[in-house]
Design a protein around this ligand. Structure first.
Ligand SMILES: [Zn+2]
Length: 305
């Protein structure tokens, strides 16, 4: 159980109820992150190098921090103490998405938030999900938003993203030294045994499946006022309801323009659910059903297409 700890101070503000948006890749964490970032007084970072360094170290080498939650929590707090710091060029090293969400030009240096009125902090680097436990230990009052999306659409989007796919390069894969391996979604011997023969789509769905299973575990360990699940499909089909829920949960009025815009565009295209990219072939669909059918069904995604 988390013990009482000191409050993190950033730019002479106490960090209270920081909001973290997590999920499998391409599940919509960026969309919620942008909406939060546009909310008054909210400083949301996305892809700060000091944070990502820690996230990937933890994600790829869970054995390094297992059983050392307190030490891991300290590392995470230090990473955010640095990442949330607002300076004249604090957004310079963030992702392009972060700068764009702040309304900065691609080559502008920042800051991406006005110090005046700054009250809340958050981060929407979706891979934070790999250190969710240490995160809630580091920030016992954290508010975690988990975004879920139909695993098949997630897989289609992942396949079209060279950055996500580059993690599957043989030089990155460390299944021999890290097992079980949350980053690749390898939980048991069966997974590990079949992994070399799996198609790229099947490898992607294992990562999605792991994030869904982890969320189920988090739901058991965190009270409802600390973990909120938002469905990507609801964000696009009923943005106002989803935004109201999100605002209640985070205790701020979440800016609506961005999400309404994306929802409207999706509606006009008449394909609010289908991501760009070629549809999955029969073989991939069958394998996805085999590996993650239970999770898809549990989340209410129909397997009959
Ligand atoms: Zn930034």
């Amino acid at each position: 159980m988390p013990s009482a700890r000191h409050i993190l101070i950033v730019n002479s503000r106490s960090v209270r109820q920081p909001v973290f948006v997590v999920g499998a890749p391409h599940s919509g964490a960026d969309l919620i992150g942008r909406a939060l970032k546009a909310s008054p007084g909210f400083h949301v970072t996305m892809g700060q190098p000091s944070v990502l360094r820690v996230v990937y170290a933890f994600a790829r080498r869970p054995s390094m921090h297992q059983g050392r939650t307190q030490a891991a929590a300290t590392v995470i707090r230090d990473a955010f103490a640095q990442g949330w710091q607002v300076t004249p060029h604090s957004c310079l090293q963030c992702t392009r998405e972060c700068r764009a969400a702040a309304g900065l030009a691609a080559d502008a240096v920042g800051p991406c938030v006005d110090l005046r009125g700054l009250e809340r902090f958050g981060d929407a680097s979706p891979d934070l999900i790999y250190c969710a436990e240490a995160l809630t230990y580091a920030f016992p009052d954290a508010r975690i938003v988990q975004v879920i999306r139909d695993g098949r659409d997630v897989v289609t989007s992942m396949l079209a993203d060279p950055v996500v796919m580059s993690w599957f390069r043989p030089s990155f894969v460390n299944l021999d030294t890290e097992f079980p391996n949350p980053f690749f979604g390898i939980e048991d011997e069966d997974d590990r045994e079949q992994w070399p023969k799996l198609s790229p789509a099947a490898r992607c769905v294992l990562r999605w499946r792991w994030s869904v299973r982890l969320a189920a575990k988090l739901h058991q360990s965190l009270p409802a006022d600390q973990l909120k699940t938002i469905r990507y499909e609801d964000l696009l089909s009923k943005p106002d309801e989803a935004l109201a829920e999100l605002s209640r949960f985070t205790g701020t009025t979440v800016s609506a323009a961005e999400i309404r815009d994306v929802a409207r565009t999706a509606r006009h295209r008449g394909r609010s659910r289908r991501p760009p990219g070629p549809p999955l072939d029969k073989e991939d669909s069958a394998q996805i059903g085999k590996l993650a059918g239970e999770e898809l069904r549990r989340l209410g995604y129909s397997l009959v297409s």
